[in-house]
Design a protein around this ligand. Structure first.
Ligand code: FES
Ligand code: FES
Length: 162
């Protein structure tokens, strides 16, 4: 069994660890570091629940090895809200539009949308954001609340309640 030393920054904090070569990033974040907001569902890249942001890009942490993240900056859902507790606009929109029920799928959806909308020049359309949702499975909501939240985030129906 091969072991590797890695150093990553997670939610602004530096972490050093020794991990097995086969350890997924998702397991590393949950088991080694304790970020249990990283939800593991299918564990083969289908459901999207495990999505985190690695160097600004949304990735499925069940499909990436921890050793591949060496040197990277990682954000999990725990690191998205402001230090004073103010929710990220994507989180706020999902809350306002009842875009979640059990919440299992929610961290992954939040991270995908945050990766697409963060940054001064990032102004994706609602259509683009909805297309990104094709990589996420939600067993509870019927997607309508999520779609309303997406439109709110995209600024297409700000404040409108369907
Ligand atoms: S747990 Fe990673 S995509 Fe489902
Ligand atoms: S809110 Fe339950 S799976 Fe989406």
């Amino acid at each position: 069994m091969s072991e590797h030393k890695i150093e990553v920054v997670i939610n602004g904090r530096k972490h050093q660890a020794t991990v097995e070569g086969r350890r997924t990033l998702g397991d590393f974040l949950r088991i080694h570091v304790g970020y249990t907001g990283v939800h593991l569902g299918c564990e083969h890249g289908v459901c999207g629940a495990c999505t985190v942001i690695v160097d600004g890009v949304a990735v499925r942490s069940c499909l990436m090895l921890a050793v591949q993240a060496h040197g990277a900056e990682i954000t999990t859902v725990e690191g998205l809200a402001a230090a004073d507790g103010t929710l990220h606009p994507v989180q706020q929109a999902l809350r306002d539009e009842h875009g979640l029920q059990c919440g299992f799928c929610t961290p992954g959806i939040v991270m995908t949308l945050a990766a697409l909308t963060d940054g001064a020049d990032a102004k994706p359309s609602g259509e683009t954001l909805e297309a990104a949702m094709s990589g996420h499975i939600c067993r509870c909501t019927g997607y309508q609340g999520i779609r309303r939240a997406i439109r709110r985030v995209a600024g297409e129906t700000a404040g409108e309640k369907a």
